[in-house]
Design a protein around this ligand. Structure first.
Ligand SMILES: [Ca+2]
Ligand SMILES: [Ca+2]
Length: 401
């Protein structure tokens, strides 16, 4: 290959990197848009290691794994046997005091990001579950994660977690944490598919007072995420992986996309997978005494999640239950009500009240989408009354303002 061809190849590679939202700058990757981190899928192993199916091989050397800096006991693992990973590929197991880290650059301080990563295990499911604790840090943010194994039929979970860049240069760290297990049990958490998404500025859609009410803004979704992304609980919406919404208080909800599920509207939606405690909330500034129209869609993800799904929803002074019957084939209801604000701050929230199992073992639940809160002008007020009454034939909801 001549030097002109090498130059062309280099140009093509750099162009592809820009398209992927990755720019090499001042010794670290600048992440804009969304992208896997350097070797974020761990499919490029240490130069001196070849692994067979189901193997765990200790990695020697801080810089032996391309893209990552290592400390403590870290093993390179391959799918097979007791090890299951996305795409049946490779990942890293964090053993005693095991840590992996990668430096990246934010476009600017104050940029909100969502981290997506998968956590699995290397060992028997029940034996290793309690030892799969990993602390994730992007200073000053830090959160403990654990393989849950209640929300997908796989033996790994994919999580999203949000943070706000406090500086230009940031250090992402995964570190194993001691669990309350038999000291003879040596398995640790397995990390795979690490990606980032920068949200940038998110604006409300026209007339809708809610931010990201249609859930079109969410974390990076790997191509293989056929079971959705678990969104970690968060009370501070500025660092939420679901822009505009707080999650919890204690259990995650699931972000789903139209590539893998039936989504009521657009490309993204939220599945309330956790009974009782899986919820999303958003506060909106309102004018006391002013009339508002509130509506949302509730459906199922066409993922064989059957039954009567009951949620509790709140819009300002109104708190109601709604039951959606899911045949498991991707239907939906539209719920629409009106109310008068009683405060300068109106809370909108959704919580699942019923428990469902999609495949007999993992939780599933109703899909919420296209949530709208609008000031009811005289014309809209009439339209809300009509829509509410039309819908009431099927939903028995007919409120006027
Ligand atoms: Ca992998
Ligand atoms: Ca949507």
């Amino acid at each position: 290959m001549g030097w002109m061809q090498w130059l062309q190849t280099l140009t093509n590679i750099m162009y592809a990197m820009v398209l992927l939202g990755v720019v090499w700058e001042q010794g670290s990757w600048t992440v804009t848009g969304q992208t896997l981190l350097q070797n974020g899928d761990f499919e490029t192993g240490p130069a001196n290691i070849t692994t067979n199916s189901g193997q765990e091989v200790p990695i020697v050397g801080q810089n032996a794994l391309p893209g990552w800096k290592l400390q403590g006991t870290v093993l390179y693992v391959s799918s097979g046997g007791n090890i299951s990973l996305p795409n049946d590929g490779h990942g890293v197991e964090l053993g005693l005091n095991g840590q992996i880290s990668q430096v990246f650059s934010a476009e600017k301080p104050g940029s909100p990001y969502a981290l997506t990563f998968s956590i699995g295990q290397a060992g028997e499911k029940d034996e290793c579950l309690a030892s799969n604790l990993v602390n994730v840090t992007v200073s000053p943010y830090s959160q403990l994660f654990q393989l849950n194994a209640q929300f997908t039929p796989e033996s790994w979970d994919t999580y999203a977690w949000g943070f706000v860049a406090q500086d230009i240069t940031l250090d992402l760290v995964f570190k194993s944490q001691p669990g309350e297990v038999d000291p003879n049990v040596t398995c640790g958490p397995v990390i795979d598919t690490v990606a980032l998404k920068e949200f940038g500025t998110i604006e409300s859609s026209k007339g809708n007072l809610l931010l990201n009410g249609d859930f079109e803004q969410g974390p990076y979704i790997p191509v293989n995420a056929s079971h959705g992304i678990l969104l970690a609980p968060v009370s501070d919406i500025s660092s939420s992986s679901l822009p505009g919404w707080s999650i919890g208080p204690s259990n995650p909800v699931k972000y789903i996309d139209s590539a893998h599920f039936h989504v009521p509207n657009g490309a993204g939606a939220v599945e309330l997978v956790s009974p009782q405690q899986g919820a999303i909330q958003q506060n909106v500034t309102t004018v006391p005494g002013l009339a508002y129209g509130f509506s949302f869609e509730i459906g199922d993800g066409n993922d064989s999640c059957f039954g009567n799904m009951t949620i509790k929803f709140q819009a300002g002074p109104l708190t109601q239950n709604h039951t959606y019957f899911s045949g498991g084939f991707g239907g939906k209801d539209l719920v629409s009500i009106g109310f008068k604000a009683e405060s300068t701050s109106t809370l909108v929230s959704f919580m699942s009240l019923s428990k469902h199992y999609g495949d007999g073992t993992s939780f599933c639940g109703p899909i919420i989408d296209n949530v709208m809160l609008m000031v009811a002008s005289s014309g809209l007020r009439l339209s809300i009354m009509l829509v509410s009454c039309i819908i009431s034939f099927t939903l028995t909801l007919c409120l006027t303002i």
